[in-house]
Design a protein around this ligand. Structure first.
Ligand SMILES: [Zn+2]
Length: 234
């Protein structure tokens, strides 16, 4: 099958491209760059969440302050307590108890507010410290990014050369086959095409069903259900 030979020849050239891509992907330059990028992204997420936390704590504090003032307002009801008792003969113990419970409520709100303020301060401090840390890493990140770009630039000529070879080799490949190949390749599958070996996938050793294998007669291809590579007859 002429077309198969063409894509296999193409695949052989592509082997060099795959190796080059792997070399770049596994380079120390890329790893250093990715490590810092991950740190920067994580730090930004953390800063955002600290900011949101601080805002919500501050809203809580405003609400609690309002509650405190409203509670304090009810104390006014007890200002004329002496009059109430004298004129109406009301039970002074009852009012005393009531006033005390209001005071108790105020004390409780005040304690809650204090702990809330402490948490706001801690959140602010954590935010500032992280912001400072990020600032320090920014230079490293920029350097790592430049280093990685410079490293990639050194591979550019080789890449172009292989690209040219691939382009030349693609001329003999049927459009549909090439598209199929490139789609697989984008999914990081390599090699894409392989000859079935003693009824098994040569890449993952899976045994395709007999019905599938029969499709290989006459030059057909099938896809391995396990590793999704394209298989052709022996
Ligand atoms: Zn397979």
């Amino acid at each position: 099958m002429a077309n198969l030979q063409a894509i296999l020849a193409y695949q052989e050239i592509d082997r060099k491209m795959f190796a080059l891509e792997r070399e770049i992907s596994e380079s120390a330059e890329r790893k250093a760059y990715l490590r810092l990028r991950k740190y920067m992204e994580g730090a930004q997420d953390k800063l955002d969440s600290l900011e949101a936390k601080a805002a919500s704590l501050k809203t809580e504090a405003v609400e609690l302050t309002k509650k405190y003032l409203a509670t304090e307002e009810t104390l006014k009801d007890f200002e004329n307590l002496d009059e109430l008792v004298e004129n109406g003969g009301a039970d002074i113990e009852f009012y005393k108890k009531k006033a005390n419970s209001v005071l108790e409520k105020m004390r409780k709100i005040k304690a809650d507010l204090a702990s809330l303020e402490k948490r706001i301060k801690e959140t602010d401090e954590e935010y500032k410290a992280l912001k400072q840390e990020v600032k320090g890493k920014q230079k490293d990140y920029k350097e790592a990014s430049e280093k990685f770009n410079a490293y990639k630039a050194t591979k550019e000529a080789t890449k172009k050369e292989i690209d040219g070879e691939l382009k030349a080799a693609s001329v003999g490949v049927e459009e549909e086959v090439l598209t199929r190949y490139k789609t697989k390749r984008k999914e990081k599958i390599f090699p894409v095409f392989g000859a079935i070996n003693l009824g098994r996938c040569p890449f993952c050793s899976m045994e395709p069903p007999i019905a599938e294998i029969s499709k290989l007669k006459g030059g057909g291809t099938i896809e391995c259900e396990h590793c999704h590579r394209v298989l052709y007859g022996e």
